[in-house]
Design a protein around this ligand. Sequence first.
Ligand code: BGC
Length: 441
Amino acid sequence: MARMFALLAFALPAAAPLGLIAAAPSSSAAPAPPATSDSTTELNVLHWWTSASERAAADHVAARMSELGLRWVDGAVAGGGGGPAIKVLNERTLRGMAPKVAQLNGQATIEWAEMGLLLELDGVAKRRQWARTMFPQVMAQLNVREHVVAAPLGIHRINNLYLNKAVFRRLNIELPTHWSGLQSAALALRAAGVTPVAFSDEPWQVATVFETLLLAEAGPALYRRMVEQRDPQAFNDPSVERAFQRLRDWRNLAAGPGERPWTQLVADFAAGRAAMLIMGDWARGELGTLGLEGGRDFACQAVPGTSGVHQFSIDTLAMLAGNYSAQAEQEKMAELLGSATLQLGYNRIKGSVPVRRDVPVDELDYCAQQSYQLFANPATARVPSLVHRMAFDEVGKNAFIETVHRFALDPKQTPAAAQRKLQGLLRALGPKSMKSVQATP
Ligand code: BGC
């Protein structure tokens, strides 16, 4: 499928000229290594991992690749959540400068595969027995029309509440597990001059917090009807209004309005300038690079109301087919990404957990073990993250983020009005088309 479309509709050059690759936006990226004479071993990788831990995790992959004679040519585009990276990927592809490898998660992967732009990795998946070794939920994300179209890297959990233990201990405040406890802890923290909550007005961050609150208020079954089935009726439920109200309350516990990168929130939290943080567990990876350990220095809990639920996003790298000149190298890289050793090494830095069922769980840190075991348990409700591309296509996801963001920034907009806007949006988006429906196994 990919071969036909890619050759007819989108004949991309064999390899983007290196000068052009270097010119692609990569603000906080490490400088691309100099070109070597053997360009066939080079794979230009477009991604958005630019924080210290993300960088270290990507470097880990690059180092393992070099042991196999493959060179990771870095094409990082700064911007948490990947909005800017996807824009650059679109631009580069339209201009015939597509990278060989791109971070393309969930629904974005499906969209690109449907256009015939991705290399099918069925051979790799079969050789390395991915169907047997990987979680079924992971395989479901990689499969488009019975073809494996990306290589998986790690499973992130989104519905995390982090508590800075040193701050709570110093002020003699009990670690809260419920909303009421959180509210009284927040009052005590404020009284002691500590900002209760680290929060950013960056649109994707606001919406990330919101989707965890929506899950908390709606519960997994209704949440699924909302984001997996995209059922507009489900958005009539009063839990949506409550989730908006919670978002407002949570934001009011922060230092003040302002868009800040997520890494700054993590830095504030690590230094004890803020005591609580709701964030995907890439934050835990970052805390690790700052020397903090989960369980010991900070508590990793589920957002109240979501314990026992795993709201996930899965990071994957897709191989762009182009004219198939790099197919062998791309397949080699995909094999590496799925291997047990790489999975452990990479995920321990990144904050996510391995996509395989057969990794020694005791080699993960305390918080990662919790996430991994929860995800691995067939009885767990595993629900997809909307904001991190597991459920909506790029257009729908962006519209959702914008609706939530507007509410957050407009104190005059009531939660009920925001709910109506969300309902309107869902009706405008229409039901999910069958081709992109991914039932969570
Ligand atoms: C990605 C993570 C990344 C995070 C922050 C998420 O969408 O899945 O890998 O660390 O964004 O940029």
